[in-house]
Structures are given as C-alpha cells and as structure tokens.
Design a protein around this ligand. Structure first.
Ligand code: PRP
Length: 283
C-alpha cells in the first residue's frame, strides 16, 4: 500500500481555505517554509503544494490522486477527472462583460470584435454555441483592464462580488457558467478506500459549516406550525419539559436562514431560542 497523494493550492485564496478544511476534518499537516510536500499526521497521506490551475491536469495525469481546486479550472483545462465533493466555498460565475455604455446587447453582436479572457477554452466553446465569430485575446490575468487599454471590446472573467466590474465600469452581458471550489480525484481511483474516507471526512465538515443547530422551547400546541418553519435535516427532535404544555425542540437549520427562522419562531411564541455552531457531523 502506498500513500494517497493530495494536491493542495500552494498560494492564493483557496490555499488557506483548503488548509483549514483539511485540518478541521482531522487531516492536519505542517508545511515547512517553501516546502513542496508535507505528510498528514495520522493517515498515510502526502500533501503536495501546487499551483491551483495546475491541479486538474496533474490529477488527470496521475501525479496526484486527489486535489482541491476550482471547478472553473477543471472546465478550462478540460482535464478528465472525477468531481467528488463541492467544498461550499469560492462560489463565482464566469461572465461575458462589456462596457457600461456599450450598445452590444447579445453575444451574437460580438462577431468581428475582440474578446479578452484567461479562459480561452470555455470562452471559445461559448462563442461557438452562440455563433459569435469573435477574435480571442488569450491572457494570463488582469483581464478587466483590457477594454481601457484598447486591447478588447469585451471580456470573459470571473465575477464574485461584482466590485472589479464596477471599478472598471463594466456590466455583465451574459453569464457563461457557475463555479466553486471542489475536491477532484483521478479516474483510476488508486487507494480508493482511503480516498473515500477523505471524501467522507471533508463532507462532514462541509455539511457542518452550512448548518446550525437550533434549540428552543415551545408551547406544545404550536409544534405543527413550528415544524413548518424548521423541518430540520430529517425531522426535529422533540423532548418533554416538566410543564406538560411545553416542549423543547432541537433541529438543524441552514446557516444562512437562522436569523430569519429565529424571528419567525419568536413570533410563534418560542422561548429560549439558541443557535449552536456544528463543527463536524456524519449524516
Ligand atoms: C478574480 C477575477 C476578477 C475578480 C472578481 O481575480 O479575475 O478580477 O476576482 O471578483 P469581484 O467580482 O469580487 O471583484 P483574482 O483576484 O482571483 O485574481 P486574478 O486577477 O489573478 O484572476
């Protein structure tokens, strides 16, 4: 049996997120300064630090068995890998953008124009589908300034909050795709049992991060209404209180919905509504 090799971004946004996620899932490692490799303490796993955009190809080629990267980079590289898990972070979209004041109203009007991007493969495919015979300007980065520089008439770039577009007076013409950070695996599935354990461990943390545990006391005659507000992952746990007219409810709630749910429960007559963060889970 040889060690499972996992590729982790060496720098950039996903680097820190990936390290935290693996650590929380019990896959801790210590990276010596500038070192390319690290060993996970309790399991036969080697971590290799790589450029995020090289991870899809290196995984497809078998240099690593698994990797954490962006689904945008998998799409662009056309690497033939398995997607095992969405990590719930790094959500963004790839969009075709034009200047705020541009008269261009649809992709087909880009015929004969120049489109700058660092996603040439995805862009070429999209333009072909929309019968837009545009000239592609393939760049490594800083695509958002290419219209100002007179290099392009439109760009295809990642949009997260939209602030880069606003700062460069650009607007989204159409959305090309939605992407996020993912865990990928080589199709040969080497060391498959260990790889599946890694997936389950990371999944436990990813799910835990997107849910909270909510507990509250409620007049028993309001239970049916409360269950509509908090149906839970499977169903709520309901316990008796000393006062038979009341009960205690424990239920999982999507983290982004907690505050609104708390308000609704309060209006319904719930007391002592408590939110607890879940660190890890197996569901
Ligand atoms: C990405 C992308 C945009 C920006 C979008 O760049 O290329 O420039 O983020 O984010 P926003 O909508 O929140 O402004 P990144 O910072 O990853 O660096 P890059 O220029 O190397 O791509």
């Amino acid at each position: 049996m040889s060690n499972l090799r996992i590729g982790v971004p060496s720098k950039g946004r996903l680097s820190e997120l990936a390290g935290d996620l693996l650590k929380q899932a019990g896959l801790s490692f210590r990276r010596q300064e500038r070192s390319l490799f690290a060993r996970v303490g309790e399991m036969p796993i080697d971590i290799t630090f790589l450029r995020t955009d090289d991870i899809p190809v290196l995984c497809a080629e078998g240099a690593i068995d698994m990797g954490l990267t962006g689904s945008d980079l998998v799409a662009e590289s056309q690497a033939d890998v398995l997607t095992r898990l969405a990590l719930g972070v790094g959500r963004c979209k790839l969009a075709l953008c034009v200047p705020d004041d541009s008269p261009i109203a649809s992709p087909s009007q880009l015929a004969g124009k120049r489109v700058a991007t660092s996603f040439p493969n995805v862009t070429r495919q999209y333009l072909a589908q929309h019968k837009a015979d545009a000239h592609l300007v393939d760049l490594g980065g800083s695509v958002e300034i290419m219209i100002t520089l007179g290099v392009a008439d439109a760009i295809v770039d990642l949009v997260e909050t939209g602030s880069t577009l606003a700062a460069n007076r650009l607007r989204v013409l159409t959305e090309i795709g939605k992407y996020e950070s993912i865990l990928i695996q080589n199709k040969a599935r080497r060391e498959s049992e260990l790889a599946d354990r890694v997936v389950r461990r990371l999944e436990g943390v990813v799910i835990a991060r997107s849910w909270s545990l909510l507990e509250y006391n409620l007049p028993r005659n309001k239970l049916a209404e409360a269950e509509k507000i908090t149906p839970g992952f499977n169903s709520p746990t309901v316990n008796s209180l000393e006062d038979p007219a009341w009960c205690a409810v424990r239920v999982m709630v999507r983290r982004g919905e907690v505050i609104e749910v708390m308000e609704k429960l309060e209006v319904l007559g719930a007391h002592a509504i408590l939110e607890t963060q879940i660190n890890n889970c197996r569901l």
